[in-house]
Design a binder for this molecule. Sequence first.
Ligand code: HEC
Length: 127
Amino acid sequence: MKHPKFLLTIGLIGAAVLYLAGCTKQSEDKLKGATTCDTTAVSYSLQVLPILQNNCYACHGAGSTAGSGGIDLSTYTKLKVYADNGYLVGNVSHSPGYVGMPYGQPMLPSCEVNTIAAWVHQGTKNN
Ligand code: HEC
């Protein structure tokens, strides 16, 4: 009578091991996804600009006035003012003391925040 119980236990352990292995595989896949966020040499036109176009220009596009504090971030020169004074990174990383951007919305995905921060740290190149 002991035998079937033993087999059941082995079966459950086996299932648990397979389940955990499945989770590990998923985390590995997520990590692989994260490493595709390349911030080694960030380009304004190829990486930063699309993030702004998709998430910021609705309020900060050319000639922005109403609803965005009158802040126009539509050109490199205009954006650089806020990159240099620390607001851009403070705003997008939702740092204490800064109004989180996009305004009233959750923080951007970490890859996009890291891309903007890396661009600033690499000297806000107009590339
Ligand atoms: C829904 C409209 C809206 C969106 C979208 C938005 N902003 Fe703003 N933004 C505002 C408003 C309103 C202010 C003025 C906030 C204040 O002074 O209280 C502001 C201010 C700013 C400022 C000036 C610094 C400051 O804190 O006042 C920067 C820089 C900025 N936003 C960057 C961004 C960036 C980068 C994005 C996209 C990731 C973005 N914003 C998306 C509405 C928006």
